[in-house]
Design a protein around this ligand. Sequence first.
Ligand code: G
Ligand code: G
Ligand code: MN
Ligand code: NA
Length: 257
Amino acid sequence: HDLEVALHKAVENKEFVLHYQPKVLLKSGRIIGLEALLRWQRPGYGLISPHLFIPILEETGLIVRVGSWAITTACQQIGQWLHGAIGPMQISVNVAGRQFIEGDLEGDVLKALLDHDIPADLLELELTEGSLMVNTERTITILKNLKTRGVQISIDDFGTGYSSLAYLRRFPIDKLKIDIAFIREVTTNPDDAAIALAIIRMAHSLKLEVIAEGVETEAQLAFLLRYHCDQIQGYYFSPPLPLLELEQILLSETLDL
Ligand code: G
Ligand code: G
Ligand code: MN
Ligand code: NA
């Protein structure tokens, strides 16, 4: 409950920041996008991990305001880089199920794109299977409208949710993100390897892009290269970074690829 009170204050006082984790295109070895990940700078406590506060933001509904802030902040960042030395850089933002039901996700996204004068395809929304199951018709309408504008849609944590494959047809999806659970032991557990491979092949059959998250080792990277996964993300290349550190990397591409 103390945390809940503190989080209400955090929203008022704008105590949140975004960190950014690079996504690497395997074909070129270049950074082709970033995932924005929320952090809470709690006065007197330092940086608080999302695992501790995202569930509370979701339960209390505060995620609607904070999620909208994250989208606006990401768009502002894209706009700041667009015409400078860094240039066009796609950013993905995680979206919680409640954001489709409460508030005005579609309006917030369109306003952020317009305010910062950025191409819609530089913004990607990451949805979990769970968030797609909430109030489906409204969710589909919002996603279709955003997709028509060019916003990119990806399914996060793919393969671990409880929904059926039917939603791959019902929702306007651009990309699948293979859950870290299948990547962790992809080189030692034949079942995980089979599942990862099946997801890559299914994605390509459906003309979707596919990205693996949680890549930490050279062996995992080799597996994903061999089976033509499009993109990867993980500690092997870079953890999520604060803005200034990330900008150094983008400006010099000093990642050891
Ligand atoms: O960032 P990791 O770095 O610790 O993130 C932990 C969890 O918090 C992940 O499941 C991630 O999807 C979620 N998360 C991070 N930022 C956001 C956000 O802005 N919105 C939502 N809904 N979830 C987020
Ligand atoms: O749920 P979502 O996929 O949005 O959240 C991504 C989470 O995964 C964040 O908590 C992020 O810090 C974490 N993460 C990113 N790369 C790695 C990695 O290589 N290994 C592990 N264990 N976690 C990672
Ligand atoms: Mn994510
Ligand atoms: Na994920």
